[in-house]
Design a protein around this ligand. Structure first.
Ligand SMILES: [Fe+2]
Ligand SMILES: [Fe+2]
Length: 314
């Protein structure tokens, strides 16, 4: 009998033909969904995502072929090429980062996953620095199933773009790499606390709200158990929902927050508007500038506006 191994759907983005058979599991049975030689472009991937399917399966003996496919897919995406649009490349990179974040979210005590994720965050930062126009396809990539790692990678891209606008790239490069990884996994706790992620926090039930309000504390506790997390990552996870007037979970005010926490809070609030209210980027920015005035750092909001303008999103 064939043995199957789970693979992450987010790693299958892109236009490369897959060199393996991919299966879905239905009522305990493995059904062939995509045949060796097909690709996961367009409709097929959208259909899978709309089913909120995170995992597919491949026969155990094809694991090495799968690994080299992933590696090549990402390498191709990072290499600038005339044949491939920055759009497709950014989508592949986003998918691969999502899978990397999911590995660490599922097993946050794994130093091996941590090292891989930090390296991936570093590469992502360099990519966005050289090709800031990649922010547009990333922000416009929809997240219909409210996936926390999709949200995390998008928040990482937005936070890096804001930081770049604020010239932190030169003065605090290492911290930005840790910031990006922190963003990728900042909502880690929501994959453990069983709350309904498809509604905005303010629409949760009373019982769920109590749990949700603790997510930044619980996540901080979870990661602190391992001694290898960079302090910047712990800070991002702990403070991404803080508001300048002290109405956030930790009641910290502007004077208590450092620049990186304020950048991440801005990126997070912005992507939440896109994800939950399904607002086009331009409308989301307008709403952010009005509704969050006094709650988010003004310079961070201005830097976000400028980054979005430069990449042609607004
Ligand atoms: Fe959060
Ligand atoms: Fe978030």
């Amino acid at each position: 009998m064939n043995q199957y191994i789970a693979i992450r759907v987010s790693t299958l983005r892109g236009d490369l033909k897959i060199p393996f058979n991919a299966y879905v599991q239905v009522a305990g049975k493995f059904i062939l969904f995509c045949r060796e030689g097909d690709s996961f472009e367009g409709d097929r991937l959208e259909r899978l995502k709309s089913k909120k399917l995170k995992k597919m399966y491949i026969p155990e003996e094809q694991i090495e072929v799968y690994k080299s496919y992933i590696h090549q897919n990402v390498e191709n995406a990072y290499a600038k090429s005339k044949e491939k649009s920055v759009e497709v490349r950014a989508q592949v990179i986003h998918g691969a980062l999502q899978a990397t974040a999911e590995d660490l979210i599922d097993d946050p005590e794994s130093f091996a996953h941590y090292t891989v994720a930090l390296e991936a965050a570093k590469k992502f930062k360099a990519f966005l620095q050289v090709e800031p126009e990649a922010l547009k396809p990333i922000v416009e990539l929809t997240n219909p199933d409210f996936n926390i790692s999709h949200h995390g990678v998008t928040v990482a891209a937005l936070a890096l773009a804001i930081a770049c606008e604020m010239n932190l790239n030169e003065s605090r490069p290492m911290e930005l790499e840790a910031m990006a990884l922190g963003c990728m996994i900042h909502d880690i706790e929501n994959s453990y606390n069983n709350i309904n992620l498809s509604v905005p926090p303010e629409k949760l039930t009373k019982a769920e709200k109590i749990i949700y309000e603790k997510h930044t504390f619980a996540a901080h506790e979870r990661l602190k158990k391992s001694d290898f997390y960079d302090p910047v990552i712990l800070d991002v996870v702990a403070k991404h929902d803080e508001k300048l007037d002290g109405s956030g979970p930790r009641k910290l005010k502007e004077r208590d927050l450092d620049q990186i926490s304020m950048i991440v809070a801005t990126a997070n609030a912005f992507d939440k508007l896109i994800m939950y209210e399904k607002l086009p980027v331009k409308e989301a920015l307008k709403k952010l500038l009005i509704d969050k005035m006094g709650l988010l750092n003004l310079n961070c909001m201005k830097a976000l506006q400028s980054a979005l303008k430069k990449c042609g999103t607004i």
